[in-house]
Ligand binder design. Sequence first.
Ligand SMILES: [Fe+2]
Ligand SMILES: [Fe+2]
Length: 254
Amino acid sequence: MLSHDYEYGSILETSVRVNWKLEDVIGRRTFDYSLPFLPEALAGVSAIRCLSDAEKLKLNQIRGFTYLAMFGLVEEYIVPSVLDHVRTGDRSDDHEVRALLHFAEEETKHIQLFKWFVREFERGFGTPCGVIGPASDIAAGILDHSPLGVFLTTLQIEWMTQKHYLESVKETKEGLDPLFRSLLKHHWMEESQHAKLDTSTTTWTSARCSTAGCRLRSSSTWRASRKPSAGGWRTRRRPRSERPNSRPTAGRFS
Ligand SMILES: [Fe+2]
Ligand SMILES: [Fe+2]
């Protein structure tokens, strides 16, 4: 059982206060490819003896690319999972509803930020780097699991973000690329609230499972899907022919 004293009203107040705009972070800036992107603690390239210093720098930047691209990828499933929770959960606390909708809006903004980053990296790095995907298929696979499993996965990612930034990035004296460092900082600022919200959501979901039971694939009728031209995500209901005979909707429990 998780133990915490997080309160939706204060989390919402903080999230509104630290909220930033995409243009404030990106501006007209770009990356300095003569500098590493990630601290060595996260990149882990210095001990690779077969690489020259120039190759280690390249690999560091590839690791940085992978790091942010993966965040953008997983956030594609986090957004619909949070919206499903708002739709099907207890909506008696207005602060909770607002905080969770704000959470979803911020993650959608992060997806936009990381898409910009991928485009900018591919333009400036000189060599294309592949990423697993498509994100919509990975999101659908994750959302096919129980709400508790989905939120526990998110919880691990949210707290990992906190640990990585606070222990490896914030105080490092390594001369990281300033823009990449700024992306990590701004993401961490908003993720600080997400980690608390996800802890609360996971606690509620766990308690609900304990009392009402929790089906293994409670979100199987909802899939993340991408509009080809809009560039954003949306959830769509599976065609009736694809649905199992008896199943709860996303976030609901038997
Ligand atoms: Fe995020
Ligand atoms: Fe997040």
